[in-house]
Unconditional design. Structure first.
Length: 333
């Protein structure tokens, strides 16, 4: 598989292919070793994790932050937090790791439906779990409709922004940048994998203090090992590279959209994932040496979705040739 002609991985900022990433990762390994097989509560825990959380708070303007071994693992701890609420409402297409398996959980498709559900049930405190953006359907959270939710209910809004942080918003700050000023009755937290835009095998929760501090007291968090410290170190060193790569990503996105026939794709201007409308594009594009994303989601028996994923490391010539190859497939199934 030619990595230059592989358009399937969600390492949006191409950090894993950046020479500085490899250099700083090796520096981190020499400094901290390949793994820390202990607890964040241990007296031997490296301080790099506290430094990472402080950087996240400063970068995103968050009141609190807590790091973990993965974004998916955070889902189980969010479920524990949800047990402290009167009711829990999950968006229907939420990531499986956040599908809270608690009695009485209600599901909603959009904020209009959620507002209707809440109008019939005067809860005091609730949790609402939703996607910032769905990388399969490309449906984004409609921030403008938060005003539909009742003001007499205390709402903790928990947004999965795994595919948004680092790339969406003018500065790449994702939901924390896109979201409007929250009403007084809404607390706001973001949960995200750092493995997408930032190529870091770890997870983060940041935003309101209540959720972060709740997770910090859980035995699941204290009893688990954190992300490898070398990666946390690399993340700290790569902030300027991430920003430079964001500009390259946006150049590549604009270049692809300039040359692709828009009738053949579903897309959003601010997101580097392009869902292909014609059928059997995987085998068609393989004839030209290209590999794209094709899998069933959320389960292996689900209908396969074929997508092109652009990142900042792609070369213009490969992007151009991919667009030209897609354009040859003019019949839409």
């Amino acid at each position: 598989m030619d990595i230059n002609r592989t358009f399937s991985n969600t390492d949006y900022l191409g950090a894993g292919e950046h020479p500085d990433f490899q250099m700083h990762l090796l520096e981190g390994i020499r400094k901290y070793g390949v793994h820390f097989a202990g607890s964040r509560l241990s007296n031997t825990c490296p301080g790099i994790y506290d430094e990472l959380e402080a950087l996240i708070m400063e970068k995103f303007g968050a009141k609190a932050a807590i790091a973990c071994s993965s974004g998916s693992f955070m889902g189980a701890m969010v479920a524990n937090f949800c047990q402290t609420r009167d009711a829990v409402f999950c968006q229907s297409d939420i990531h499986p790791a956040l599908e809270v398996n608690l009695p009485g959980v209600s599901h909603f498709n959009d904020l209009e439906e959620l507002a209707g559900l809440l109008s019939n049930h005067p809860f005091e405190k609730i949790a609402v779990l939703a996607n910032a953006i769905n990388p399969i359907t490309l449906k984004a959270f409609d921030w403008a409709k938060l005003s539909l939710l009742p003001e007499n209910t205390q709402i903790h809004l928990i947004i999965d922004d795994s595919h948004g942080i680092g790339i969406r918003g003018k500065k790449g700050l994702g939901s924390f940048e896109i979201a409007p000023k929250m009403p007084e009755n809404i607390s706001f937290s973001v949960l995200a994998s750092l493995g997408k835009a930032y190529s870091i095998p770890g997870g983060i929760i940041f935003g309101d203090e209540e959720l972060s501090e709740f997770v910090r007291q859980l035995p699941q968090w204290g009893g688990s090992s954190p992300m490898p410290p070398a990666y946390a170190y690399a993340f700290m060193q790569l902030q300027s590279a991430y920003q430079s790569n964001l500009e390259l990503l946006r150049e590549n996105m604009a270049f692809f959209l300039k040359h692709i026939d828009h009738k053949l794709i579903n897309f959003r201007e601010d997101f580097p994932v392009y869902v292909l409308k014609p059928s059997k594009m995987l085998s068609f594009l393989e004839q030209f040496g290209f590999t794209i994303s094709s899998f069933g989601y959320p389960g292996p028996d689900s209908l396969k979705v074929e997508r092109i994923v652009i990142n900042s490391a792609k070369k213009k010539i490969d992007i151009l040739q991919l667009a030209e190859a897609v354009n040859l497939k003019t019949s839409i199934a």
